[in-house]
Design a protein around this ligand. Structure first.
Ligand SMILES: [Zn+2]
Length: 259
């Protein structure tokens, strides 16, 4: 066989490998659960209710859960599978289920978030929504990772705050656009706070206004010179606060870090 023939065969094999990898990806995202990988964050789409079809398309067309899970799996090596199930939840709400090791990503939440941005006359509600989905998935992954690391149980509020700080860690570690993601999520919390000024005392999360400020503080602390509009006297502590939060999560994650 000549060198040219060997190269042609090699190119053919490379194309074939690419096709197989592509087919596996499609397979993994279209619902053959028995073939899902047994480790890492893994995605499964469920058939949406008729009213949610657009939202499933929104997620899939943009590859939103796919890219977020790829970032997570590149950073941490989960010892078991945590399945992210995109599905219609009839208002139950996106959440991590510890017993099932499953994150439910609810199509119906998306419509609600988009509506909030539209109501606020945002010029790009779909882009805003995409950022909120990224932040939400990172938050839920934070819960899953606390579980996988078997970290000491904290009260519900502390668990939620830690999950928010994990989202900050992931979104600020490498992708500059992660700063915009957190600032858009902060805006979504502002809108939630404005829509319902009296926080529900039974909600385990911090009030939306507090969560918004936590994200802005992290962004400011991470890159003060890139966001001069965030520099207020009340945020002078943010560099120290952000650094401590980042270091604490990174230390906790050590057993699972790929690098
Ligand atoms: Zn949570």
């Amino acid at each position: 066989m000549t060198v040219r023939e060997i190269r042609a065969v090699w190119r053919g094999l490379a194309v074939l490998a690419g096709c197989v990898a592509g087919a596996l990806l499609v397979w993994a995202t279209t619902g053959f659960e028995q073939e899902l990988p047994d480790k890492g964050f893994v995605l499964r789409y469920e058939k949406p209710a008729a009213a949610d079809r657009e939202e499933r398309r929104f997620l899939q067309d943009r590859g939103l859960p796919e890219s977020t899970l790829a970032d997570l799996n590149a950073y941490v090596d989960l010892p078991y599978r945590v399945t992210v199930v995109a599905r219609s939840c009839s208002g139950e709400g996106t959440a991590y289920d510890q017993a099932e090791r499953q994150i439910d990503l609810c199509y119906d939440d998306l419509a609600e978030e988009r509506e909030a941005f539209e109501h606020a006359e945002s010029p790009h509600p779909d882009e805003d929504l995409a950022e909120v989905v990224r932040e939400t998935l990172h938050h839920e992954a934070g819960h899953a990772l606390r579980d996988a690391l078997d970290l000491p149980e904290e009260d519900d509020r502390a668990e939620e705050d830690a999950a928010d700080r994990f989202a900050q860690l992931m979104l600020l570690r490498g992708h500059p656009e992660g700063e915009d993601t957190l600032l858009t999520a902060a805006r979504a919390y502002d809108l939630a706070a404005a829509a319902d000024p009296t926080p529900d005392p039974a909600d385990e999360h911090a009030p939306p206004a507090t969560r918004a400020e936590s994200h802005r503080c992290a962004v400011h602390g991470h890159a003060p010179s890139r966001h001069p509009e965030l520099a207020t006297p009340a945020r002078t502590h943010c560099t120290a606060t952000w650094t401590a939060a980042r270091d604490a999560w990174t230390r906790d994650l050590t057993p699972l870090l790929r690098r």
